[in-house]
Unconditional design. Structure first.
Length: 155
């Protein structure tokens, strides 16, 4: 279960890398994110938070807002940490497709080409980058392409 110690209603942020992360990058990110969520505060109150790194390219960060809501400044810390990496986590037009133990990262144009060639289909599983809470991450992280935001852009 994704971030098992937090409840379903926890607010969630999705960050998808523009490429597969190296083992060293994953290790460094894991250490940096652990340090951040372990000491994360909003207006002096500790946040109940967690993170997951999935498929060598996806980061999910979550906060239990029933205990304390993160402030804009505290949210900025996560974004700042990820902006300081040597990989872009903020390209929202990419499509992440789970593939074996990793992810295939596709641009909309490449996905469109593969779809036209019938190498990808309406029911091909992709990662839902629009999750807003942990329940969605736990139950709907993997969705058929026909349910993905990019589907209408390809049809």
């Amino acid at each position: 279960m994704i971030i098992s110690h937090l409840p379903n209603q926890s607010r969630t942020w999705f960050f998808g890398a523009s490429r597969i992360l190296t083992p060293k990058e994953i290790e460094t990110l894991r250490e940096d994110l652990h340090s951040l969520v372990s000491n994360w505060k909003s207006h002096g109150t500790r946040l109940s938070a967690g993170f997951e790194i999935l498929h060598e390219s996806i980061i999910i960060v979550a906060v239990d807002e029933s205990i304390e809501s993160p402030s804009g400044c505290s949210i900025d810390k996560v974004f700042g940490l990820l902006k300081d990496q040597d990989v872009d986590f903020f390209q929202r037009s990419l499509i992440w497709r789970p593939y074996c133990n990793t992810t295939e990262i596709l641009t909309l144009e490449i996905y469109k080409e593969l779809y036209a060639k019938k190498e990808l289909f309406d029911d091909t599983l992709v990662i839902n980058s629009l999750i807003e809470n942990l329940q969605q991450a736990r139950e709907n992280l993997y969705i058929p392409f026909k349910s993905h935001w990019a589907f209408n852009k390809i049809k």
